[in-house]
Design a protein around this ligand. Structure first.
Ligand code: FE2
Length: 277
């Protein structure tokens, strides 16, 4: 069977159908899937029925997996897989209970020197009352939309990134993954050469050359400016969806508009990336 790729929105994203990742895959299909990620930045592979080994093999079609922090979420037999189960939701500093997954736009794991190039999320169980969509925004398009003077202002800025100071991040994880990391605010995609705004606002300690307060105001204004309907897509999950997105060009957020006690279970795998430039 040959995979079929079709767009899912004007902003970004494509859907792959006609492929069963439990079966051997041809080189042509493998190339088509990889190219679809580069071209569309979010790839939704429908109707998969994968055990953990098959899931990992599928993700490895796109690159090597990498360790994740939040180590308490990792599957014991397969620690490359984090199980995001809304019933195990943690508490924020103010005691609010919330499911894992930031409700603010972000790219993943910028507290790493080499953050993941891709994130894979596989829908096991969805809340029966609905909700729990994931939003995606195309930051290449967002950068292209800016006036030249704003592009110049942003290009060359460096964000200084930290791990979140939250109760759900263990002391051991803070110790292991807590070193500050500097990344360009505007990064160049190593495979396509396209520029994108690259940011995880919740992990930005500051922008180099600004105070922390100035930095956060600057980042908030930037996100308000660039996140517009023409660059965004909201994914309504179906069971068996395997979604892979390109962190070098995409920010995403979790909609928490569902009853977390119903159990929304997703499995996450990260694919190794390079130091951003
Ligand atoms: Fe995320």
């Amino acid at each position: 069977m040959t995979v079929s790729i079709s767009p899912i929105s004007d902003a970004l994203g494509a859907e792959a159908t006609g492929i069963d990742l439990t079966q051997p895959i041809t080189d042509a299909d493998k190339d088509a899937l990889r190219q679809a990620v580069l071209d569309n930045l979010v790839l939704v592979i429908r109707d998969q029925h994968l055990n953990p080994e098959q899931y990992l093999a599928a993700v490895r079609l796109f690159g090597d997996t990498m360790p994740q922090h939040l180590t308490h979420l990792l599957m014991k037999e397969h620690p490359e897989i984090a199980v995001l189960d809304s019933r195990d939701s943690g508490a924020d500093t103010d005691g609010t209970i919330f499911p894992t997954g930031s409700r603010d736009w972000h790219t993943d794991h910028t507290n790493h020197a080499k953050p993941p190039k891709l994130t894979a999320l596989y829908a096991i169980t969805l809340p029966k009352s609905g909700g729990g969509d994931t939003g995606f925004a195309n930051m290449q398009k967002a950068f292209d939309n800016l006036p030249p003077s704003r592009k110049c202002e942003l290009d060359g800025l460096q964000t200084i990134n930290k791990i979140e100071d939250k109760p759900y991040v263990s002391a051991a994880d803070k110790e292991k993954y807590g070193a500050l990391q500097s990344h360009p605010l505007i990064r160049t995609h190593p495979e396509t050469g396209r520029k994108a705004i690259y940011i995880h606002p919740g992990k930005v300690a500051k922008i180099d050359g600004m105070t922390a307060a100035e930095s956060h105001e600057f980042v908030d204004e930037l996100m308000d400016q660039v996140i517009q309907p023409d660059v965004t897509y909201r994914h309504e999950w179906r069971p068996g969806d395997l979604v892979i997105w390109d962190n070098r060009a995409i920010v995403h957020l979790a909609h928490r508009d569902y009853d977390h006690t119903e159990g929304r279970i997703m499995q996450r795998v990260l694919v190794k990336g390079d130091a951003p430039y």
